[in-house]
Design a protein around this ligand. Structure first.
Ligand code: IPE
Ligand code: IPE
Ligand code: MG
Length: 248
């Protein structure tokens, strides 16, 4: 059986803010501000499309290497956006979660993230995961540390570690794996996003710069997703047995 036509989980690498701003002779920060507006709109569109989980890559573990001024501006923007948006997200039934190395973020931002998570914990319309100071290698590393600690404590048998044991310690534990990955901004790479969790995601790359990404672009990606056959290693014949024929 092919999975449903609507992905349960969409993950997005929101790239191209800087180029969007440069095209308009504006500072990169203006691109990031426009990027926040696009993110806000896409959350609502995804909820309307019946997508239950959305993970947005907002800041990578490698983005700390950007000029200090840009990193500072981004951190202020995240703080402002949280202050401004949480009420409405909460009112719209959105559950907020954050993944990434939080200890690298300011105490104020961490506190706001925690309070947004606590406040929206019971919401069920859409789970919105924001990846902040996130890296796929960091994620696998922290899962490995947990597993090693459990094994050392005698609560986990190393021989029993399988895919599910590892997945259960990763940042998206408990959520379905992303079915569809979208990257805007024209680059065809993962940039250390969800390395483990994207193993079987459908990949959609578009040249559209993130601040320009909206409903029409999302629908193109969703249409492609709905049309594709996800085989997970099996053959077409196994997935679509001829009428009257038993699948074996
Ligand atoms: C993505 O846009 C936002 C972050 C990485 C924080 P960029 O800032 O990477 O935009 P480009 O790629 O320079 O256009
Ligand atoms: C990926 O974009 C990270 C986010 C969108 C948050 P980058 O612009 O940082 O990726 P690279 O450096 O071009 O790979
Ligand atoms: Mg970029």
């Amino acid at each position: 059986m092919n999975p449903p036509a609507t992905p349960a989980h969409v993950a997005i690498i929101m790239d191209g803010n800087g180029r969007w701003a440069r095209q308009r002779m504006m500072p990169r920060q203006a691109g990031h501000r426009a990027g926040v507006r696009a993110a806000r709109a896409i959350v609502e569109t995804c909820a309307r499309r019946g997508i239950r989980h959305l993970t947005l890559f907002a800041f990578s573990s490698e983005n700390w290497r950007r000029p200090q001024g840009e990193v500072g501006a981004l951190m202020r923007l995240f703080l402002e956006a949280l202050e401004r948006e949480v009420d409405e997200l909460h009112a719209n039934g959105v559950q907020l979660r954050f993944i990434g190395e939080r200890r690298e973020l300011s105490a104020e931002l961490q506190a706001r993230m925690r309070s947004a998570e606590e406040r929206t914990r019971a919401n069920e319309r859409l789970v919105l995961v924001i990846a902040l100071a996130y890296g796929g290698r960091w994620d696998i590393g922290q899962a490995a540390r947990q597993l090693a600690a459990e094994a050392a404590a005698g609560t986990l048998d190393p021989a029993a570690i399988d895919d599910a044991t590892v997945a259960g310690r990763l940042a998206l534990a408990g959520l379905p794996e992303p079915d569809l990955l979208i990257r805007t901004g024209g680059e065809h790479r993962l940039s250390n996003f969800l390395l483990w969790q994207l193993a079987y995601a459908e990949l959609w790359f578009t040249d559209c710069l993130w601040p320009d990404f909206g409903e029409a672009e999302l629908d193109r990606a969703l249409a492609r997703y709905a049309a594709v056959e996800r085989r997970f290693g099996q053959t077409s014949e196994q997935l679509q047995p001829a009428a009257g024929e038993e699948s074996c």
